[in-house]
Design a protein around this ligand. Structure first.
Ligand SMILES: [Cu+2]
Length: 117
């Protein structure tokens, strides 16, 4: 019998989203999405396939914008009241679900889609 010492202390919660690597090239378009308690406006957006920028603007409270299902690993926008956050992303055609990952917000309605064609 061997006792494996697997210490689970590595990492420590990551460095706050800096692991995401933005695609090269300029964005074809910028999706302006407003986040509030508890909604995205617009809820459903369309974007051309390729490199686009997504901007989250908080209309009140702290909110995030992430992709569901690990479709875009590491991508996370985070904005507090009156602030905005923006990142570029390379999107393939398809329908993506986005949501705010702050506990309770998605359930309260902070969910939407981005349809890429
Ligand atoms: Cu939120």
């Amino acid at each position: 019998m061997t006792t494996a010492f697997v210490t689970a202390c590595g990492g420590g919660g990551g460095g706050g989203g800096s692991s995401y690597k933005q695609p090269k090239g300029s964005a074809q378009t910028t999706l302006d999405i407003k986040g509030g308690n508890f909604f995205f406006d617009p809820k459903n957006s369309d974007a051309p396939a390729g490199v686009d920028a997504i901007k989250l603007e908080s209309e009140g409270g702290q909110h995030t914008l992430v992709f569901d299902g690990g479709k875009v690993p590491g991508f996370k926008l985070e904005a507090n009241s009156g602030k905005s956050d923006e990142l570029k992303v390379d999107l393939k055609p398809g329908k993506y679900t986005i949501f705010c990952d702050i506990p309770g917000h998605r359930e309260a309605g902070m969910e939407g889609t981005i349809t890429v064609t």
